[in-house]
Design a protein around this ligand. Structure first.
Ligand code: SF4
Length: 308
């Protein structure tokens, strides 16, 4: 039986990921290997292995980088203490933080200057959340679900604000925002919200394919927040869905049982992995491939001046 593959568009690399990878490549060209990279530059194993092969050395902390070396900071952003630690070690810092994450840090600093208690909507332990939290750790409360809001205590309920992680699911985040607004009617926030254009577009594209698919495969690494959200969005919209690192994660039984198979990928997933998934399915069954495009993206971010 012929299977239909619906390819979500947009999918894969966003402007922040494109830029972060180019930053490491430019830093390697300018300074020569090794160039140290604090944390995974973007959350994808294939990207990390590819950059390692070119001379990048990935470390967990700036404290592991030899004094005086070049250190690239990942797309997810860091707390001010990381810049301070890098300065103490006399590191040449190349900052690959996505400008849309930097925007959230700027908001958090502004709210902190205004003396507000800041609710940070996001997943505790995720690198982006750690970085944003670090802007004002004494006045920031991380909330993940609407239920988290009820038990929180703040010094002045009239002087509170919220910011969010950039890669959350739109619908779930709206529920947390609703709970915050109900409990704190005067709460401040950014006018447009903090979930980035790339996360929104990829979720909308997955919604569109999930409505027509029996199965949605999302290609991405397990530590990719936005890829995990795509799986949730697909399931919430009626499709069976799995996160797979690459085609080796596919169980042939999933394909056998599905007539229409949706495929998408996280913002840090290279397109060649999506093609490998399509080829794998085409190796099992005859396929017809249709692209379902819900938005056209033209966003580009300039490189930081240190490597531009
Ligand atoms: S997913 Fe959004 S916030 Fe994250 S790097 Fe891409 S554009 Fe930036």
């Amino acid at each position: 039986m012929t299977k239909t593959i619906l390819l979500a568009a947009p999918r894969g690399f966003c402007a922040g990921v494109d830029r972060a990878i180019e930053v490491v490549e430019r830093a390697l060209e300018i300074h020569g290997p090794p160039v140290y990279v604090r944390k995974q530059i973007v959350h994808n194993l294939h990207v990390v292995r590819g950059l390692e092969a070119k001379g990048a050395v990935f470390v967990e902390s700036e404290q592991e980088v030899p004094e005086g070396s070049v250190c690239v900071l990942s797309a997810h952003g860091v707390a001010p203490t990381v810049y301070a630690g890098a300065k103490e070690r006399n590191l040449t810092v190349v900052d690959a933080t996505c400008p849309l994450v930097t925007k959230v840090h700027v908001e958090a600093r502004r709210f902190a200057r205004q003396g507000k208690t800041i609710f940070l909507i996001g997943h505790a332990g995720h690198e982006e959340v750690e970085g944003t939290f670090g802007e004002a750790p004494g006045r920031t409360i991380i909330v993940d679900r609407p239920e988290d809001v009820a038990g929180t205590e703040v010094p002045d309920p009239a002087n509170v604000a919220f910011v969010s992680q950039t890669t959350l699911a739109l619908d779930e985040t709206a529920e947390v925002m609703g709970a915050l607004r109900q409990r704190f009617p005067l709460i401040s926030s950014s006018a447009k919200g903090d979930i980035c254009y790339a996360s929104q577009n990829r979720q909308n594209a997955v919604k569109a394919i999930a409505a027509r698919s029996d199965l949605v495969l999302v290609v991405g690494s397990t530590n990719s927040s936005n890829a995990n959200r795509l799986v949730e969005v697909a399931r919430d919209n009626g499709a069976e869905s799995y996160l797979i690192e690459d085609e080796q994660g596919i169980e042939p039984g999933w394909i056998d049982a599905a007539g229409v198979i949706g495929v998408s990928s996280g913002a840090s997933t290279p397109e060649f992995l999506v093609q490998r998934v399509v080829d794998f399915v085409a190796g099992l069954h005859a396929v017809e491939v249709e692209e379902v495009e819900v938005a056209v993206e033209s966003v580009r971010f300039p490189l930081p001046s240190s490597v531009g």
